[in-house]
Design a protein. Structure first.
Lengths: 68, 273
């Protein structure tokens, strides 16, 4: 049930807290991805994408409503 | 009224709080419109205060300056990591509309497992082809392209933007043509299907749902199954209107976190993580 990679005192901790190897990987993966997407967001803002989004959003999108 | 319906009402009102727009026939033009909302909500809806992430993504891809939108993808990714498809079930205004339609008394059908298993992949095709590839590759001489998903598929744009704006605005009404009829037909199909089956657009077409589905297995908001408590009775599977089996995969990419399995489990084996 508890795979290799989690051993010794960590093994005990994870068993008591019902956290498996996938649980550890999952926590790591989402933390890394959260950081990655935050960096993407900041980079997008820095290169001025917000202005493009705003420009599109404050004018009626003719394609969206079926006229364009 | 249950907690989810109340949350859906509040989220839909907050997303479309520019009520004045429905009377004047004008859309909101404030600076907060540069912020994308988590759910599918057309930014040409007279009430919309924020931007549709799918519309914004295509808008940025469709410019000559940028090939991909780091801002929109970053924001969508953060929403996905934090909430997964909880957004579909609790916060998306177009999802709420489908829930309301499904409450109208009419014959209800469950999609056969095999058909459901095949059709669910169509939304990934919509995401990759209509939202990313076509706006990226099908450009004019100036390097600009159309938002192909919004233009040819999105029924939310027709319902939330097209219909109210053309009803109020005579100038726009005069410009109606084949494209509007095409989009109206798609909207009518989605409405009729929503009466008969649960959330057809979210399950088979929505590109935003497809994007969030990628994060569902490991998003911060999710479900956990206590295998010691689970007796395998199948009550959760019968209660799931999406045809999923939470007793096997509580964090299925297709799960919109409606919470019916949590409520129905007699052992309390499924909980929020």
């Amino acid at each position: 049930m508890y795979k290799a990679g989690i051993s010794g005192k960590h093994h005990e901790y994870f068993r008591e807290n019902k956290v498996g190897a996938w649980g550890v990987k999952k926590n790591f993966l989402r933390t890394v991805l959260l950081g990655f997407f935050t960096l993407m967001l900041i980079s997008g803002i820095a290169r001025g994408e917000i202005a493009v989004v705003l420009q599109k959003a404050v004018n009626i999108c003719l394609e969206c409503i079926g006229l364009g | 009224m249950d907690k989810r319906t109340l949350t859906q009402i509040i989220a839909s009102i907050i997303t479309n709080a520019n009520l004045q727009g429905f009377i004047s026939g004008r859309i909101y033009r404030g600076k907060i419109k540069s912020l994308c909302v988590p759910g599918l909500n057309c930014y040409s809806c007279p009430g919309a205060l924020g931007s549709c992430p799918i519309g914004s993504l295509q808008a940025v891809i469709g410019t000559a300056k940028y090939n991909i939108s780091l801002y929109v993808l970053g924001l969508m990714g953060i929403f996905g990591i934090l909430f997964g498809r909880f957004i579909c079930g609790w916060l998306c205004p177009f999802g709420f509309i489908q829930d309301l339609l499904h409450k109208i008394p009419s014959p209800k059908f469950k999609v056969p497992v095999k058909l459901n298993g095949t059709l669910k992949y169509f939304k990934y095709v919509v995401l990759s082809v209509f939202v990313v590839l076509l706006p990226l590759l099908l450009v004019d001489q100036l390097g600009l392209s159309s938002p192909y998903f919004c233009k040819y598929i999105c029924p939310a744009g027709t319902l939330e933007g097209g219909i109210p704006l053309t009803l109020i605005n005579r100038g726009l009404r005069a410009a109606l043509g084949f494209l509007f009829i095409w989009k109206l037909v798609i909207l009518l199909i989605v409405i009729v299907l929503s009466l008969l089956i649960y959330r057809p657009f979210c399950r088979y077409i929505c590109p935003l749902g497809a994007f969030y589905a990628l994060f569902n297995p490991f998003s911060y908001y999710g479900y956990k199954l206590d295998k010691e408590k689970c007796t395998g009775c199948g009550v959760c599977q019968n209660s799931c209107r999406l045809g999923l089996n939470p007793g096997e995969t509580p964090n299925n990419p297709e799960c919109i976190r409606c919470g019916e399995c949590l409520k129905s489990c007699p052992q309390g084996a499924i909980t929020r993580r």
